[in-house]
Design a protein around this ligand. Structure first.
Ligand SMILES: [Zn+2]
Length: 476
């Protein structure tokens, strides 16, 4: 008998042990109702038409909206109107001053050895040539390292042509590597005595649309004009150099700076409930470059973030944390809106407990990455599970986030990053071809589903989003 009692005794012990373990276990990151609402959001996003209509409306009624332009002001009015129409709370602006650069006209011609005129765009922020233009011999280099390796005096009074081509990648890393030439090339060339710069577009397109984007003049070098030509034209120019004959170019640009102008970021919220003081921030940028109408950069991001907030606002259950959409002013030419937002929210930086940014086209989303405190990785795993029907790849915990959330993420705000597929993004980005025709409504709906699910679960998380204390990984 005694012997037979042992199993009962052990069984009782085990029961006690299990109960103690269960009591010590943290609560599940998400309850069943939150997960059910996440599924509802995913289903509603998959038939959503609002996000596409927002891009349609922004690109049709506002169009190009570079910092300081009439389109910039119209975009702010558009965002206020649309946020109110969609029923967002606390809709307001955060004022900021923005640089006001005007493109003017640009011309690019090869004078020798084989005369040709090619389409061109001035780089954002570049100075003009004067009305008569600049005519001089040219030197071809691959990139900044090749420029630095030239003998002294090699580019004096010449135009430098940077010939390097960017790589096509899904995560945009090819752009990160190539863009240094656009940002810093003009000043590096000017330091060596060059009088102008022409770059191969930082683009993957085989079209003849050149690609613009901001340069950054160093204070230590003279400001010289800088233009971009398309990939096929850059290939043709390389062939002219390869002929071995001297290459002579003519460039002309009437771009110029006007005095800084007032603009604003536009904010709207879906108020939280028990954790309303904690903010989940959804960032995109309202401005665009001027040759196109900013459908993929960043009309798509604007539409995804407004679409997410609208879908969450339409649920029967209200979010725990406040969801705040911020459409930032002037991301493209100095992130003015982002800087002024952080300055205006200095006392509330720590209330921004989680950040999302959409500034990489209209999707689809292919990966879920994060930059969270490692104690939160199990919660990210749970979110990834909830995204299973969308068939994403699990990324790492070294997400960079976008430019507009840089200020907040540097100060420890965790980031969740539904990664938009950038394979074809740089065929269109910053070109005249950035129009509504480039937005695939199906990919946009899938992206909306991925963002809505992730944002919602981020807002409902049962734990605390701890600050991130590790250094940011270098840009890949
Ligand atoms: Zn952008």
């Amino acid at each position: 008998m005694r012997k037979q009692n042992y199993p009962i005794f052990i069984g009782l012990l085990l029961t006690f042990f299990n109960a103690a373990t269960a009591a010590d276990k943290p609560p599940a990151p998400f309850n069943r109702a939150d997960l059910a609402a996440a599924a509802t959001l995913r289903e509603r996003a998959s038939v959503d038409t609002t996000a596409y209509q927002l891009i349609e409306s922004l690109t049709t009624e506002v169009g190009p909206r570079p910092a300081g332009s009439a389109g910039d002001k119209a975009a702010v009015a558009w965002a206020l109107r649309e946020m109110n129409r969609l029923g967002f709370a606390n809709v307001h602006t955060v004022e900021t001053m923005v640089p006001h650069w005007v493109r003017g006209e640009a011309e690019f011609s090869v004078l020798a050895p084989f005369p040709q005129t090619m389409p061109t765009l001035a780089l954002g922020g570049s100075v003009g040539t004067g009305n008569e233009g600049i005519e001089t011999d040219a030197v071809m280099v691959k990139d900044l390292d090749a420029l630095a390796a030239l003998p002294a005096g090699a580019v004096k009074d010449k135009i430098v042509f940077f010939s390097n081509r960017m790589d096509r990648t899904r995560d945009g890393s090819g752009y990160g590597k190539a863009v240094a030439v656009r940002a810093g090339g003009p000043s590096k060339a000017a330091e060596l005595g060059a009088v102008g710069v022409v770059i191969r577009s930082i683009s993957t397109s085989d079209s003849r649309f050149p690609h613009t984007g901001a340069l950054r003049y160093a204070s230590t070098a003279p400001r010289i004009p800088a233009l971009a030509i398309s990939n096929p034209d850059a290939d043709a120019l390389v062939r002219q150099f390869d002929s071995g004959k001297p290459v002579r170019l003519r460039i002309r640009s009437t771009s110029r700076d006007l005095p800084p102008a007032p603009s604003a970021s536009v904010v709207g919220e879906i108020p939280g409930t028990d954790l309303a003081h904690e903010i989940v921030i959804l960032g995109a940028h309202l401005d665009s470059w001027d040759p196109g109408v900013g459908a993929i950069d960043d009309g798509a991001g604007v539409a995804i973030m407004m679409g997410v907030a609208r879908l969450i606002g339409g649920l029967d259950v209200k979010p725990r944390r406040t969801i705040r959409v911020v459409l930032f002013a002037n991301e493209e030419f100095g992130t003015s809106g982002s800087l002024s937002y952080v300055a205006a929210n200095e006392a509330d930086v720590a209330r921004h407990v989680l950040g999302f940014e959409a500034d990489f086209g209209a999707g689809p989303v292919w990966r879920l990455s994060s930059r969270v405190n490692p104690v939160q990785l199990p919660a990210v795993d749970q979110i990834f599970k909830a995204l299973a029907p969308l068939k994403l790849v699990r990324g790492d915990n070294e997400a960079r986030g976008g430019a507009d959330l840089e200020g907040l993420s540097k100060r420890g705000m965790p980031i969740l990053e539904p990664g938009l597929d950038g394979t074809n993004y740089f065929d269109v980005h910053h070109t005249a071809n950035d129009t509504l025709a480039q937005v695939d409504p199906k990919a946009l709906r899938q992206s909306l589903a991925a963002f809505a699910t992730t944002v919602w679960l981020g807002a409902q998380y049962s734990g605390t989003w701890e600050r991130v204390t590790t250094e940011k990984a270098p840009r890949r």
